[in-house]
Design a protein around this ligand. Structure first.
Ligand code: PMV
Length: 313
């Protein structure tokens, strides 16, 4: 029996512009998904969550329907380890779903790691990130490596399109309050909306993207030196530029302004926007900020550890 956990992620800076080639910064946060794995004598995959228990034949783990990420992660693990015994997975999650916090990436890498551990097969964090990206690609057709890499590796990462991923060494943990609007949205649709805006006004939108790119490099320096005041200021500027891209909305903007008023050093939407979640940088007044963000908000910080084994028997 093995228990593995993987963290959620947020995008600190650079979402949307990263689609056009500028870097972005992602961070793992202390909200985790826990996967307990055991072998079974029967050749099937049993998945248990707080809500239900579902069983799938091991030889037909099609990446469709409910638990498609779990099924794909198990199929790839069996292929990679060469084992084929039955598996029981018990999943408990602290990560809200479809909110841009990377819950599908977290479950994918947690299942991959748990099954490899179960069979005592080594998997480095880098290999795990690669396999996790493969799970998301094969389930969704296309996927950015950001979520799976952040959940596998933990900490803060600089995503450089076409040039890989680099770890940012933090001077201190980043204290955040996350507020979720509860509005579910499709990242693909929001990204398509930005593309249409750019098609209509390339001479303006390209400038906004470039500006976000420059902001990300400044934010990297502020993270390395632990300068929270500058980070907060850059978050506010980034939010203004995301507003210009048309991806904020009233539910996000209300929370962002309330958080700033309650004492946050800066606040912005995180991820695709148009719903989902926002983040507020709050080294002080955390409870007050959390209160104004209402239900579905939580205080969190950097998860230095990515995917990790919690217990092994
Ligand atoms: O919705 P999320 O949190 O997965 O973030 C999407 C980030 C975008 O930059 C908008 C898209 C992307 O693929 O990077």
């Amino acid at each position: 029996m093995v228990v593995v956990s993987s963290p959620a992620k947020i995008i600190l800076f650079g979402e949307h512009a990263v689609v056009y080639g500028t870097p972005a910064i992602a961070m793992a946060i202390e909200r985790r998904i826990f996967v307990k794995a055991e072998t079974l004598s029967e050749k099937k995959l049993v998945v248990l969550t707080g809500r239900k228990k579902v069983s799938f034949p091991l030889h037909i783990l099609t990446p469709e329907g409910e638990f498609r990420y779990v099924k794909k992660a198990v199929a790839i693990s069996l292929e990679n380890t060469g084992y084929s015994s039955g598996i029981k997975l018990e999943i408990n999650s602290e990560i809200p779903r479809a909110s841009g916090l990377g819950s599908s990436a977290a479950v994918s890498v947690a299942v991959l790691k748990a099954v490899h551990e179960l069979y005592d097969v080594e998997l480095s964090p880098e290999e795990l990130a690669k396999l996790g990206h493969r799970v998301e690609r094969e389930v969704q057709g296309a996927a950015s490596p950001t979520d799976t890499a952040t959940s596998a590796l933990g900490g803060v990462l600089l995503i450089k399109p076409g040039a890989g991923i680099e770890r940012i060494e933090l001077n201190r943990d980043i204290p955040l309050v996350v507020g979720c609007t509860g509005i579910k949205r499709s990242t693909g649709k929001v990204v398509a909306g930005v593309r249409e805006l750019r098609d209509r006004h390339p001479e303006i939108i390209d400038g906004v993207m470039e500006c976000i790119g420059r902001l990300v490099l400044k934010a990297k320096c502020a993270l390395e030196s632990g300068d929270l005041k500058t980070l907060g200021e850059l978050m506010d500027i980034n939010q203004g530029l995301l507003e210009a891209l048309g991806v904020s909305n009233l539910a996000l903007a209300r929370r962002i302004y309330s958080a700033r008023k309650a004492g946050a050093l800066g606040a912005k939407l995180t991820g695709a926007g148009a719903g989902g979640c926002m983040i507020a940088l709050a080294p002080e007044h955390q409870e007050k900020v959390k209160k104004v963000l209402g239900k579905n908000s939580f205080i969190t910080t950097t998860a230095r550890a990515g995917t990790k084994v919690e217990s092994l028997e």
